[in-house]
Design a protein around this ligand. Structure first.
Ligand code: PBG
Length: 330
């Protein structure tokens, strides 16, 4: 710590006295390049369905994706993340629909990449929760989520998503060892250029509630995800998770949820110097939106939260505010 004087000679308020000066000494900024927009897709035609638990967020049918993705492209948002709402009759114990080459995610990805080419990146989640009748990210056997069997399915899921044109494969399942095995499978199948974004540090969090509602897994989920997602009391363990995933070949890592985990983002960034993404999750989004709606806080808190991720060391932020903030930044 370097302090070169003291009051009254030294007055830290001097640098804050006017807007130009504050801009001059500002340490962190947010640009559109820092934003990733999640997009929910649903079967059918001409659908744009509001999600009750996430005011202002919709599920789009593929023919309506233009609206939201086209807008993201024109705002120069670098990437969208696709999440499917799978019809109940397509869900089963093993999440078989995840391996259908023509499933909703694959068709949506294909549509976006054909239409917008390299103007925007597409990222797809690798996990079974949208597809399973029990709402878990992996296979359930005698009350347990079985790791190694699940990975075999996740590998196939990754491959069909890559085949559909997905640029960034993002395993969010928290199985041990999946990053290395998925990397190997991608390389073997000529997908050397497909990036791997590991949800390396994903906590078992109550902030995911609205998302589970958005993808229709909320009422299906049996129990909780504590045997695979991390205990939110832990921080050293986050370093171990990231270290392993880097060794296994992750190009980027994610910390999730966002705001309650800024300390983790900072630790990971300082320690590993690799691209770190923050996920401002659905519960964070809805809390903020509802507080603004009720007039409890102003909408300026959105930017404040996003800058806090940058300050902590995040390279980019997945946020349901991405399009709104990108418009404001313009
Ligand atoms: C599931 C997944 C979740 C989210 C992204 N992928 C939920 C969960 O683990 O139950 C949460 C995103 C959000 O809350 O915005 N693999």
């Amino acid at each position: 710590m370097i302090i070169t004087g003291k009051y009254p000679n030294l007055r830290l308020r001097r640098n804050r006295k006017s807007n130009w000066s504050r801009r001059l000494v500002s340490e962190n900024t947010l640009s559109v390049n820092d934003l990733i927009l999640p997009v929910f897709v649903i079967e059918g035609k001409n659908k744009k369905i509001p999600i009750k638990s996430m005011p202002g967020i919709f599920r789009y049918s593929i023919d309506k994706l233009n609206q939201v993705v086209g807008n993201a492209v024109s705002l120069k948002i670098p990437m969208v993340a696709i999440f499917p709402y799978i019809n109940k009759n397509l869900k089963n114990e093993r999440g078989a629909e995840a391996l259908n080459k023509n499933n909703l995610v694959c068709r949506a990805t294909n549509f976006i990449k054909k239409k917008y080419k390299d103007k925007i990146g597409v990222m797809c989640d690798v996990a079974l929760d949208p597809y399973t009748s029990h709402g878990h990210d992996g296979l359930l056997k005698s009350g347990k989520i079985i790791n190694d069997e699940t990975i075999k399915i996740l590998i196939s899921q990754s491959l069909i998503q890559a085949e559909a044109g997905c640029d960034v494969i993002a395993p969010s399942d928290m199985m041990d060892g999946r990053i290395g095995l998925i990397r190997k499978a991608l390389d073997k199948n000529n997908f050397q250029d497909v990036q791997l974004l590991s949800y390396a540090v994903k906590y078992a969090s109550s902030f995911y509630g609205p998302f589970r509602d958005a993808i229709g897994s909320k009422n299906l989920l049996k129990g909780n995800k504590k045997t695979y997602q991390m205990d939110y009391s832990n921080s050293d363990e986050a370093i171990r998770e990231v270290a392993l995933d880097i060794k296994e070949g992750a190009d980027m890592v994610m910390v999730k949820p966002g705001l309650p985990y800024l300390d983790i983002i900072k630790n990971v960034k300082n320690k590993f110097k690799i691209p770190v993404l923050a996920y401002q999750v659905s519960g964070e989004y809805s809390l903020i939106v509802n507080s603004i709606k009720q007039g409890i806080v102003s909408n300026k808190i959105i930017l404040e939260t996003l800058i806090s991720f940058k300050r902590a060391g995040a390279n980019a932020i997945i946020t349901y505010f991405a399009d709104k903030i990108a418009r404001d930044l313009k």
